[in-house]
Design a protein around this ligand. Structure first.
Ligand SMILES: [Zn+2]
Length: 242
């Protein structure tokens, strides 16, 4: 083998940061998007890397995790035990042998919860599904987060302005056309959504600076597209310390 071939082989190898598998599957037209073993996709792997690098998940902290992806659920549960609260509008969808999923509707149930309850709140690609005000929901999530707590989430984007229609009259086909998936009620805009977050959180910086935490090699090795470091997209992690 030529030296240059060997170097290329090493630098192009990929490895899942969640489960250390080196086998990946293409998914939804995205090359190496899904880890073959733990089934994590790019946004789950990136969030896991960020949580580890920032040393966020420690025993004794209380974590609320909406639409809990199994690879992350398994690790959070083993680290946190009963302090981990995986939840969803439809708990059966995330049923596993690892832990109970709490039934929580983001639109109706957050208001009933006490303030400053959780150290960490996490949700990946959830806000595009909820049939109520995103701004009101973000305010409620902020209220139930402890002072000094961390809120992490991702959402899908298209264009600069958010478009939404929460009326039940749209057909599945119309939702796919408008929002990219049959059960989405909105798709977020790259300009107006960060502006909304800045207002709700009352901060000027609303995203994790992945570039300051990781080298490009580390990102590529986790099979995460480098373009996600350059622009707001479905892998951009929004983050607030309250
Ligand atoms: Zn994996």
């Amino acid at each position: 083998m030529l030296q240059s071939d060997r170097v290329k082989e090493v630098t192009s190898s990929i490895c899942c940061p969640v489960c250390q598998s080196v086998e990946f599957l293409d998914f939804n037209g995205r090359k190496n998007a899904r880890c073959q073993r733990c089934l994590s996709v790019e946004r789950s792997r990136l969030l896991w890397m960020v949580l580890q690098r920032l040393e966020i998940i420690k025993p004794g902290i209380r974590v609320l995790h909406f639409a809990p992806e199994l690879p992350l659920l398994m690790r959070f549960h083993s680290l946190l035990g009963d302090f981990y609260h995986p939840c969803d509008l439809d708990p059966l969808r995330y049923k596993s042998r690892y832990c109970r999923i709490f039934p929580i509707n983001m639109c109706d149930d957050l208001q009933k919860m006490p303030s400053e309850l959780f150290d960490v709140i996490i949700h990946n690609h959830v806000l595009e599904h909820i049939c109520c005000s995103v701004e009101d929901t973000l305010v409620e999530l902020n209220r139930i987060l402890k002072k000094g707590g961390n809120h992490f989430f991702t959402v899908p984007f298209r264009g600069n302005e958010t478009i939404e229609d929460i009326s039940p009259s749209l057909t599945d086909e119309e939702r796919i056309k408008l929002f990219g998936q049959h059960d989405h009620v909105r798709i977020f805009g790259k300009e107006d959504f960060p502006a909304l977050l800045k207002k709700v959180w009352n901060v000027s910086d609303v995203t994790v600076s992945v570039k300051s935490l990781f080298s490009e090699t580390e990102i590529e090795r986790a099979a995460i597209p480098l373009k996600s470091l350059e622009e707001i997209d479905a892998n951009t992690i929004f983050h607030q310390v309250k």
